[in-house]
Ligand binder design. Sequence first.
Ligand code: ATR
Length: 273
Amino acid sequence: MDQYRVYGNPIKQSRSPFIHTAFAKSTNQELCYLSELVPLDTFAQTIRQFVLEGGKGANITVPFKEQALALCDQLSERARLAGAVNTLSFRNGNIIGDNTDGLGLVKDLLQNKVDIEEANILLLGAGGAAKGVILPLLEQAPSLIVIANRTVSKAQSLCRQFNSEKLSACGFEQIDKIHYDIVINATSASLSGSVPPIAERLIHSDTVCYDMVYGQGLTPFLEWAKQLGSKKLIDGLGMLVGQAAESFNLWRGVMPETEQVLQNLRTSLENNN
Ligand code: ATR
């Protein structure tokens, strides 16, 4: 049976085996997808061993996405610009790297009936998570993407890398007070229970507020946005399922339906499983 893995450290929390096993079932594909904890200093070795054993592909999660990029013989443009790889395919002894995280976000926004075309987007954060979604968002033809970050120089440097006139950079205090249609939290602030310090008047009832992080109940950013009256609050669980679907499609040539899997994951999360 075709073998796939997700590699990370830690890995116990990974929902990827559940998601891919459900996709395989719903599309009648025979495959085995397992998670594996990789010691911090043996990533490259682990991947090469899996290739030798005939593995077909792998997902890569924290903290190995940059190391995965360095291992690849071929890279997609998305992965190159993201500076990180979350999907490896092994073909004829070659390691091919892609990054489906940004597509996962776009897919989830579209699934939630959010118009990205011509939208004004405010992207909070300039780390790996933000970087990975910029190209797929630009491909949807928004009007503009403002990247705001605590460390302004990092936002400016991201802007330069992408070289698009739709992109601009600033600090949280200098965000232009135009009407943003979508505000995406790509900072890791929610993980420490905090919210990026942006002006409350940036949030309106029709502002779509998206947090790439997910958990039981609303994340701190989404809770804050709700208090300010935003009616469209979306967390990152759909993005997780979306990126998995894109990886599955790269490997198997079949795009799985995501809605049922997302519902099941949500139920399991709310039941604290
Ligand atoms: P990731 O891969 O999750 O993006 P990262 O590359 O370490 O992780 O980036 C974390 C991002 O969250 C950065 O944009 C960081 O801001 P700085 O560049 O100024 O460090 C942002 N961040 C983390 N904690 C934050 C907080 N409490 N408030 C605002 N921004 C925060």
